[in-house]
Design a protein around this ligand. Structure first.
Ligand SMILES: [Zn+2]
Length: 320
């Protein structure tokens, strides 16, 4: 679709953060103790080091290096969990889970940088190929940290399958890593759409509405319910756009466009600080960082940016 504003200046489509992993998860290795041991002993085996919200990086020139040899990683503090992430073309990759306190102590070291994964992604601190395995490691290690006891009987559980399961020795139930689905959507009426602001946002930023799907609900139903709850607008058609792993702590963002059937915004003040209709033309200026009041969209690392850009470029055709 050809339009006469903004679009020509938006440039090439930026990559979506934490996606396009180059790692083969090699699930056959997970349950094979001998193969896992060989991976650990591989000369080029390397690991990401994570504790709570923090990631350890080596200071190394312009970009930081997030990979440590397994021996280097063991020197950083006591390791709570080791998870097998998979294989690159040349070597096995692991995630080492330390306590958040251990990472906190590393902050004093000049040869390391300890920071959170959002900052790493938004500021482009590591080569982009590291973001998907960092997301994989953070979500998986976070799950282990929160599931050390069996939710069925309360006994201590043990890591198995290279970190892709926890087993209860008492009631024998097996527990698998969880991913929580979140719907994130842009509600559209022709040349206008609804954006909202959470109190957590930077002062100029506006974004798509979002919320967890509930048990017994389809993605489309979750989109309609969340939009109705947050801004009081009824939605008709819902169209899936794309998805993104979001390891904060362990979600998958399901990006959609939704057709508005009503107009009046009735805002949920617990969830949102503000919400209003935006013209498509105004969104083009926000994406391009040319908005007269300095309003912005989320950065390209987040799927909201892409959901908005798709609408700016294609208009209401996104609902076809
Ligand atoms: Zn149990």
């Amino acid at each position: 679709m050809v339009t006469n504003f903004g679009i020509g200046t938006l440039g090439p489509w930026p990559p979506l953060g934490y996606t396009a992993s180059q790692i083969d998860r090699a699930i056959g290795i997970r349950g094979d103790e001998a193969a896992l041991k060989r991976c650990c002993e591989h000369k080029q085996a390397a690991t990401y080091v994570i504790g709570g919200e923090f990631v350890a990086l080596k200071t190394a020139g312009e970009l930081y290096q997030p990979l440590f040899s397994l021996a280097e990683a063991r020197e950083l503090g006591s390791v709570r969990e080791i998870v097998f992430l998979g294989l690159t073309e040349t070597a096995p990759r692991f995630g080492f889970g330390l306590d958040a306190d251990a990472l906190e102590r590393l902050k004093t070291r000049n040869d390391l940088k300890v920071t959170d994964l959002r900052s790493i992604a938004v500021q482009g601190m590591v080569a982009p190929a590291h973001l998907p395995p960092l997301a994989e490691a953070k979500a998986l290690l976070g799950w282990h940290a929160r599931h050390r006891f069996c939710p069925n009987c309360g006994a201590a559980t043990a890591l198995s399958e290279g970190g892709w399961r926890r087993d209860c020795p008492s009631c024998r139930v097996q527990h698998f890593p969880r991913t929580d689905p979140v719907v994130i959507m842009l509600t559209i009426a022709g040349e206008r759409c609804v954006l909202g602001r959470s109190r957590r946002f930077a002062p100029t930023m506006w974004s798509c509405l979002a919320g967890f799907t509930e048990p017994g609900e389809t993605i489309e139903e979750a989109v309609r319910r969340e939009v109705a709850e947050e801004v009081g607008i009824a939605c008709g058609r819902v169209r899936y756009f794309a998805s993104q792993p979001w390891p904060f702590p362990s979600s998958i963002m399901i990006g959609c466009h939704a057709e508005a059937l009503s107009d009046t915004i009735v805002m949920d003040r617990e969830e949102l600080e503000d919400a209003r209709w935006f013209e498509r033309e105004e969104l083009a200026l926000m994406l391009d960082r040319q908005h007269p009041q300095g309003l912005t969209t989320p950065p390209p690392v987040a799927i909201a940016h892409h959901i908005i850009r798709n609408y700016v470029e294609a208009g209401a055709d996104v609902l076809r």
